[in-house]
Design a protein around this ligand. Structure first.
Ligand code: NAD
Ligand code: UDP
Length: 315
């Protein structure tokens, strides 16, 4: 048997999961990616399929999960993440956050593995505290259209803490703020793939509302570094990981138009219901506990992402 540490990454064929697979293989781990491909794509991990330390298992984690062999760590990233995805499949979204998380906590307990779960800034809802600190309980509408995602993630955090306090399981909770980079799906409806692919096709940029709502975008490599550090830390309470540089959606559109060398031509559409008006992480905890802060600024991150999108959109 190999003495390498073995990690299970659920959602491993998705945007973030596939970058995590790359990172853990580069760090010398054995990696099992588990995914039912509902929003992911095998193309994201195709380059890993020949690697002897990598294994892909096609499975829906909302049904019973078992895995032969030892397991040191579990990273639970399976879940639709884009609003248009989870609005299309709200029940699967609720199930993977609740039943899926329960299954993986059970697996972690059986294997004596440490588990990190991917939570989200959406647990803060449309926040009344700005920037968002981990102690803020949030402002979520459970029965609004985003409730299926936000409440699944809030339940996920609650059951994870219960396994920690009741069973003594080693757990980590990351609250991820808007992250972007290569391997985002062009049609996933999130603002960056939407704006970049519209700009590259010479279409108007679809700005929802008047574009005054804000987001704070983190480049994927910075996020992956934060996840890696949190997993190896001894801190069981939620930690925000994101880039605190805030921008309005309209300014973001202008920035993307500039980057792609086109004139900024917005087409305005109604703001989706319960769309948060502002979002910016307070990353004091990540700095103090993990010694982490983002390194890639938006200009650089967007340049790197543009290269990927050019190949996908213009091919
Ligand atoms: P993604 O859609 O690219 O990846 C999610 C992956 O999970 C996909 O490959 C999908 O097929 C898989 N999946 C979904 N349901 C499953 C199930 N029942 N069983 C097995 N696999 C399943 O999304 P992403 O952006 O990579 O997000 C990954 C995780 O990070 C999600 O849990 C999401 O909530 C969280 N997150 C992401 C962001 C972000 O900005 N990208 C922000 C906050 C939280
Ligand atoms: N948005 C937009 N045009 C689009 C897609 C999104 O103006 O084509 C807005 C959306 O209303 C939100 C912000 O961009 O205010 C970020 O949306 P995204 O879906 O990327 O992430 P989330 O709302 O989950 O933060």
């Amino acid at each position: 048997m190999s003495d390498k540490k073995r990690v299970l990454i659920t959602g491993g064929a998705g945007f973030l999961g596939s970058h995590l697979c790359d990172r853990f293989l580069a760090e010398g781990y054995q990696v099992v990616a588990m995914d039912n491909l509902i929003t992911g794509d095998l193309a994201n991990i195709e380059h890993l399929l020949e690697n002897e330390d990598f294994e892909f298992v096609e499975h829906d984690v909302s049904t019973y999960v078992s895995l032969p062999g030892k397991l040191d760590y579990i990273l639970h990233f399976a879940s639709p993440a884009s609003p248009i995805d989870y609005l299309k499949i709200p029940i699967q979204t609720l199930k993977v956050g609740s039943l899926g998380t329960h299954n993986l906590l059970g697996l972690a307990k059986t294997k004596n593995a440490r588990i990190l779960i991917a939570s989200t800034s959406e647990v803060y809802g449309d926040p009344e505290v700005h920037p968002q600190v981990e102690e803020y309980f949030g402002n979520v509408n459970p029965v609004g259209p985003r409730g299926c995602y936000d409440e699944a993630k809030r339940f996920q955090e609650a059951i994870t803490m219960a396994y920690h306090t009741h069973h003594g399981l080693e757990t980590r909770i990351i609250r991820i703020f808007n992250t972007y980079g290569p391997r985002m799906r062009l049609d996933d409806g999130r603002v960056l793939p939407a704006f970049l692919s519209q700009a590259l096709r010479g279409e108007n940029l679809t700005v929802f509302g008047d574009g005054s709502q804000t987001r704070s975008f983190c480049y994927v490599d910075d996020l992956v570094e934060g996840i890696y550090r949190l997993l190896l830390s001894d801190y069981p309470l939620p930690v925000n990981i994101g880039n605190p540089t805030e921008i309005t959606i309209k300014e973001f559109g202008e920035e993307i138009a500039n980057l792609t060398g086109v004139e900024f031509k917005p087409s305005y559409h109604p703001l989706p219901q319960n769309d948060p008006m502002k979002r910016k992480p307070d990353i004091t905890k990540a700095k103090e506990i993990l010694g982490w802060e983002p390194k890639v600024d938006r200009a650089e991150g967007l340049r790197r992402t543009l290269e990927y999108f050019k190949e996908s959109v213009l091919q």
